[in-house]
Design a protein around this ligand. Structure first.
Ligand SMILES: C[S@@+](CC[C@H](N)C(=O)[O-])C[C@H]1O[C@@H](n2cnc3c(N)ncnc32)[C@H](O)[C@@H]1O
Length: 361
């Protein structure tokens, strides 16, 4: 059976090694981090059980058909309809146009498929679909599938497009955070601490979700974009603040920017932190050392997201360094090479006040 698989962009060897650990397969087609593989049925549940780092998502393909240049859109429609969408279901059409050059955007193709479905008395629904009819266009081949949304781990083919739609203006750094919040299903409240915050993309996203943010970075925040979105920020210098000072400052803004190195700021005045973000651009040993200085500020159950920078391509060494660096302080519950991660992976951890026995780590 064929599957369309989205993997890490950068770690070529690791993603193939991981795929091989999950199942035997043959590559039918590929482009950068995207693969069409032929493997046994049941690949999706094997993938979920594996808790992968480098393989992000997979979708079964029911139909694969060459696209005829002279009947470009018609051949895509034909392939899509051969997946036998079910009448009575609310269906959304989705297209991932990997490398086509035929002058139709993915959106054009989705609109066209939606109209075709409606003309055949199918019900379409872009907001709350029950099923997805999806097409991947790669090398003038249309790979098509149809699946109920509740059977999909990720109800979107193209992560970048999905998160751009959700998040408005966005840099790759911001996409990384949106992907991580979704991937690890993070809901937090209260105060967030953002280490290595400049120019402020992560802080902006978190502030827009209603958390007060303490952003620490010597670099400047992009005040213009924050202003434009109605996010109030304030910059201060100094490495030591009492709990009351922090509270007062946070009362008058959404993001309190401490313009210092996170290795130098005294964390003792910061309390009640429910979410700790660390996107400092340094190696995992130093980055986890800096992060650990702030563990005492975290509430029980606080969530931690940290980017693990992998200076060379062998990610496992750097993941191990980060995990070892945090051991005993935090419970690392996930590590993923998210689609917008480049030379890095994203680690997710939880703070528990009780000592975490080694067996749980
Ligand atoms: C990748 S950028 C962060 C981007 C940010 N997450 C965003 O969305 O805009 C990394 C940042 O780490 C900061 N950084 C490096 N060392 C640091 C340290 N010791 N303390 C605080 N920030 C640091 C750099 O100044 C830089 O702004």
């Amino acid at each position: 059976m064929l599957y369309f698989v989205v993997t890490s962009y950068i770690f070529r060897k690791s993603r193939i090694d991981e795929l091989r650990e999950i199942a035997e397969f043959r590559i039918i087609n590929s482009f950068n981090n995207l693969f069409v593989i032929d493997t046994d049925e049941g690949f999706i549940s094997k993938l979920a059980n594996h808790r992968p780092v480098f393989v992000y998502s997979a979708f079964p393909i029911m139909v694969s058909m060459p696209i005829r240049k002279e009947k470009y859109i018609e051949s895509i429609e034909e392939a899509a309809l051969r997946t036998n969408p079910e009448p009575g279901k609310r269906i959304m059409a989705e297209c991932f146009d990997v490398n086509s050059k035929e002058g139709y955007s993915a959106k054009d193709i989705e609109v066209r498929l939606g109209r075709r479905l409606e003309s055949m008395e199918f019900q379409t629904d872009l907001k709350n679909p029950e099923a997805m009819l999806y097409v991947v266009l790669m090398d003038m081949v249309c790979y098509a599938g149809y699946l109920n949304v509740d059977k999909m781990d990720k109800p979107f083919l193209n992560p970048e497009r999905h998160y751009l739609k959700m998040g408005g203006r966005i840099s790759r750094a911001e996409l990384k955070l949106l992907e991580a919040l979704d991937e690890f299903q993070i809901v937090s409240e209260g105060i967030a601490l953002d280490l290595g915050a400049a120019p402020g993309g992560w802080s902006r996203i978190i502030a827009k979700r209603g958390l007060k943010v303490i952003a620490i970075d010597k670099g400047e925040l992009d005040l213009e974009s924050l202003d434009k979105e109605g996010v109030r920020s304030m910059s201060v210098s100094g490495t030591s603040f009492s709990c009351n000072e922090i509270k007062k400052l946070l009362d008058s803004c959404d993001i309190l920017h401490i313009r210092e190195s996170a290795a130098e700021v005294d964390p003792s005045g910061m309390c009640g932190v429910g979410l700790l973000l660390n996107d400092i651009n340094t190696g995992p040993k130093e980055s986890s050392e800096i992060l650990k200085r702030y563990v005492g500020c975290l509430c029980d159950g606080a969530r931690v997201i940290m980017t693990v920078k992998c200076i060379k391509k062998k990610a496992s060494t750097y993941i191990r360094q980060a995990e070892e660096g945090l051991r005993g302080q935090l419970k690392v519950t996930g590590v993923r090479a998210l689609p917008s991660n480049r030379q890095e992976v994203t680690l997710y951890a939880v703070k528990r006040h009780v000592d975490i026995p080694d067996t749980e780590k």
